[in-house]
Design a protein. Structure first.
Ligand SMILES: [Zn+2]
Length: 369
């Protein structure tokens, strides 16, 4: 809901229920779609984008040119799906593409079977298609749940937990230092696992100290293992090293290197972490300086000035590296975050490639990795 988009639609409805919301509407009947779009706009929606088929719906969800922050909520007519199984599958596919965007389902006469399918597909709500008032209320609820920092499911939890895995000291700071700071600041329990002491890149004792200082700056707990720098493999011992951290942190989210990376250690750690995190609800991959052009992020974590400053300070803590590595240049780090910001319509962002997502019903909110 950027200022710009608010100006071109929602400005006149400052107190309305759906103020500034951007809504994707999947409805095959153009007359009904126009009526619903009018009802949504009348309640302050900034934009309503109408699509008429499941393919168009998924295209809109997957469009890399569409910023992740573009849709605040999606509303679909169940008639777009062939049957209940098809609907659940469509919801699953949507959630993979747009994990933070809740779906409100519309049906002419919702049945118990349909309610079960909606629940299985983790839809936010199911309402009658003829009831515009019910629709507006359901969309407003979905928007509220989404901005709840812990989500509906997390309401009883004290905090969420995130584990960030890197092969070498400074890997996670470069990839997601801003995201770590942001989450830690929001009350998340954040654990960083660094699998080597970075002996290949300097004195290991000094690098260990630097790593601890960097984690402190970001508000994370640091675990360090002693795998061989430069010759890591995705064997049982690497998997077990990550499993120990998973057991300790019980993470809701794991972040790790991407497979699309020219560094052999990063690829080995990526593969071992996939295995070790098989029961973790969510796994995403961050970008390293050695990432290849095959790295395709589909999630962008917005950062504020303080997050970027903390990221730069944490990377600066690795001062044995800062003068010798081109990718630690502060201007480059800042402008990279600035570049990714274009995909989330914020000033700064860090990219993630979401690999799997099995978060429970109602777990939607805008602000989680
Ligand atoms: Zn590395």
């Amino acid at each position: 809901m950027s200022e710009m988009r608010r100006l071109d639609g929602g400005g006149a409805h400052a107190d309305a229920a759906l103020e500034g919301a951007d809504i994707l509407l999947g409805e095959g009947d153009p007359v009904i779609a126009a009526r619903m779009a009018e009802a949504l706009r009348a309640q302050g929606a900034a934009s309503v984008h109408i699509v008429g088929s499941p393919a168009a719906l998924l295209r809109a969800g997957a469009d890399p040119a569409a910023p992740v922050g573009l849709w605040d909520v999606a509303v679909w007519h169940t008639g777009l799906s062939r049957d209940e199984d098809d609907l659940t599958e469509l919801l699953d596919r949507w959630r993979l593409q747009r994990p933070g965007v809740p779906v409100v389902l519309l049906d002419d006469a919702p049945s118990a079977r349909l309610a079960v399918a909606a629940l299985r597909g983790r839809a936010a709500d199911l309402v009658e298609r003829s009831d515009d008032t019910g629709l507006v209320a359901a969309v407003a609820r979905a928007l509220t749940d989404r901005s709840d920092p812990l989500g509906v499911e997390g309401a009883g939890q004290t905090s969420l937990s995130m584990l960030v895995v890197g092969a070498h000291p400074d890997d996670v700071e470069i990839g997601v230092g801003g995201t770590i700071h942001r989450r830690a600041h929001a009350g998340w329990d954040v654990t960083v696992l660094t699998l080597s002491g970075g002996g290949g890149g300097g004195d290991p004792v000094r690098r260990r100290k630097e790593a601890h200082r960097a984690a402190e700056v970001l508000g994370a707990r640091l675990l360090m293992e002693n795998l061989p720098d430069g010759s890591m493999v995705d064997d049982r011992s690497t998997v077990q090293a990550v499993e120990r951290a998973v057991d300790l942190a019980s993470p809701d989210v794991v972040l790790v290197h991407s497979e699309s990376d020219t560094h052999q250690d990063h690829r080995a750690v990526h593969r071992a972490t996939l295995v070790a995190s098989r029961k973790v609800p969510r796994l995403g991959c961050y970008q390293s300086p050695s990432a290849t052009t095959a790295y395709r992020p589909n999630r962008f974590i917005e950062l504020n000035e303080a997050d970027v400053a903390a990221k730069l300070a944490a990377i600066g803590a690795h001062d044995s590296q800062a003068s010798t590595r081109w990718y630690l240049d502060q201007d480059l780090l800042r402008s990279t975050a600035r570049y990714w910001g274009r995909f989330s319509q914020t000033r700064y962002a860090e990219p993630l490639e979401l690999v799997h997502d099995r978060t429970p019903l109602g777990y939607y909110h805008a602000d989680y990795a």
